[in-house]
Design a protein around this ligand. Sequence first.
Ligand SMILES: NCc1[nH]cc(CCC(=O)O)c1CC(=O)O
Length: 315
Amino acid sequence: MSRVIRIGTRGSKLALAQTGTIADALRATGAEVELVTVTTPGDKSSAPIPTIGVGVFTSALREALLREEVDVIVHSYKDLPTKPEPGITLAAVPRREDPRDALIARDGLTLGELPPGSTVGTGSPRRTAQLRALGLGLEIVPIRGNIDTRMRKVSDGELDAVVLARAGLARIGRAEEITETLDPIQMLPAPAQGALAVECRTGDVDIEHLLGSTVDDEGTRAVATAERALLAALEAGCSAPVGALAEIVEDLDAEGRVVERISLRGTAAVEGDGDAVDMVRASALADKHEAEQLGRTLAAELLDLGAGALSGPAQ
Ligand SMILES: NCc1[nH]cc(CCC(=O)O)c1CC(=O)O
């Protein structure tokens, strides 16, 4: 392609690392690529994410794309609202990083080794609810800020631990400071955590085909679709207390042939519980091509088990 491809990115270390992987993949095809930094309201505000709303990190990038200031935008997939945006196409979902959450605790401690009363920092209602549901007597402290700011609260002795996505730490080169990678049995990640969403303008077919043929990963798209269908069916936004993890697993069909299926686990806070101490959990398996339906089915099962349908503005 002869035109220069302008990729819009937020200016954070994490965003630049994420965008950098896409820029490198495009440059490897011989394309000429330019990075354009876009500041979002989410970068300027220090208010808790649930109060400033879903989309704080993504809307400004989408506006720059629609205004044709950039041609490609890269998001953390888990930060994208579930509602599709007119005029914007999800052109690629690159191969996902490790989707699990990670604990960074003082003195190399694991979750089970933190004594009751220990302080754990997180701004995520999903992580808060799951940590509380473990019944370890941990004191959850709401925090915000970029990954470095959060990690500093542990090294400064202000908090005993923080919980962050493994993928983000890996992308900025700090994964070796993780003291425990949390098992999804204890802590289900946010839907699509560890995955990126690469968008372009609808109808910009050159860019769409280029992204589709260079950075798209079919398996990641399928698992992220299942997880986000579950989220959408619960009417929840990116920081609501909903966790989901889908994985491609090998199974045998009726004739004994090996087939790939999607296994999906989900969790949601029980309705009416203001502090979200109680979480319901469920799992299901479906054909690889029924990702969307699988997410909806599992959401219905969670609702039957008492999960609160999260209405109103997504948070
Ligand atoms: N909401 C913040 C956010 N959005 C994306 C990531 C990095 C992990 C990812 O790409 O899923 C993070 C940080 C975190 O949750 O620790």
